[in-house]
Design a protein around this ligand. Structure first.
Ligand code: CUA
Length: 330
């Protein structure tokens, strides 16, 4: 039985090391399937590093177990010293040279992949879209000045050039299937890009920089659809639905879908909702902004049409305590 012990220990260690991977399958251990050339290049680098580090882990832990077993006490008296070992120049040179070589391979490979991550295909005529990270939502500006909130609409197959900015704190734009993270930094314009897939689909993302109490609510979706659907969206639908998008994508995040039941205070009966001027004030300036968890100036970059749209939407759908004689219920 004692002879079988090291084998048994190795099997248990191996099972432990791989159980998590097997259970997770693609549920978090491996990156999402890339759907843009830059995301593929990032994934290649990821797998190279994962392969090398996995090999190192197995070799080091394996040797550790072997050595513990092979050079164990074997009943030697506690007071007796084991065999004394001094330096071994050749071994030491080898275990210095190999890591240097590994790092050189990783660096060379990353530099080889970098142009494909950094630059959009030269021949493409990209669509230029500006992404604004806000506490706590994403706003998208299209070439025709249309805006959307939370969901970025793009035509299938298009190369999209992204300007990433922030009017408040640092956020990080990240839709894993569409490429790497890029920080949205106040006072700076950062650039990235992706190429939408040939067939329609939607891809989830998330702010990747802790930006405040509701950081986790900063989700984003990239929706790739047929060219006509994209055109219709930016020329008509975006404008028609902006009030609703603002409510559901911005206000409801903290105040709940009906203006109550969320983390933020109940505003369903707040008279702030009934006047455009008061709404404008709180959207542009926020409230009590030095306090953690206070109302951020969510509408700091909103244009008049957006303010009007939200005012109309909340009056119709959210404000419950209609003023006496009011008939504008919905
Ligand atoms: Cu924005 Cu986290």
């Amino acid at each position: 039985m004692r002879r079988k012990l090291p084998f048994f220990v190795l099997v248990v260690l191996f099972a432990l090391a791989t159980a998590g991977v097997a259970a997770a399958a693609n549920g978090g251990f491996t990156p999402v399937e890339p759907e843009s050339p830059n995301a593929s290049h990032i994934q290649h680098a990821y797998y190279l590093v994962l392969g090398l580090t996995s090999a190192i882990f197995v070799i080091v832990e394996g040797l550790l177990v072997v050595f513990i077993w092979k050079y164990r006490g074997r009943g030697r008296a506690r007071a007796v010293e084991g065999a004394q070992v001094h330096g071994h120049t050749r071994l030491e040179l080898i275990w210095t040279a190999i890591p240097v070589l590994i790092l050189a391979v990783i660096a060379a490979f990353v530099f080889y992949e970098l142009p494909g991550i950094d630059s959009a295909p030269a021949a493409a005529d990209p669509i230029h879209i500006t992404i604004e990270g806000h506490q706590y939502y994403w706003q998208f500006d299209y070439p025709n000045h249309a805006r959307s909130i939370g969901t970025l609409h793009v035509p299938v197959g298009a190369v999209v050039d992204l300007k990433v900015v922030s009017p408040d704190v640092i956020h990080s734009w990240w839709v894993p299937a569409r490429g790497g993270k890029l920080q949205a930094i106040p006072g700076r314009i950062n650039h990235t890009w992706f190429q939408a897939p040939k067939k329609p689909g939607s891809y989830e993302g998330q702010c990747a920089e802790l930006c405040g109490v509701y950081h986790a609510a900063m989700q984003a979706t990239v929706q790739a659809g047929p060219q006509q659907a994209y055109q219709r969206y930016i020329s008509t639908t975006a404008g028609q639905t902006i009030g609703k998008q603002e409510w559901t994508g911005v206000c409801a995040t903290c105040h709940g879908n009906l203006g109550h039941g969320g983390y933020g205070p109940n505003i369903s009966a707040s008279t702030l909702l009934t006047s455009r001027a008061s709404l404008l004030g709180i959207l542009r300036q926020g409230l009590d902004t030095t306090r953690a968890g206070a109302m951020p100036p969510v509408g700091i970059t909103w244009n008049n049409a957006q303010i009007d749209a939200l005012a109309a939407y909340v009056k119709k759908h959210i404000y419950k305590a209609a003023p006496l004689g009011g008939t504008s219920g919905g």
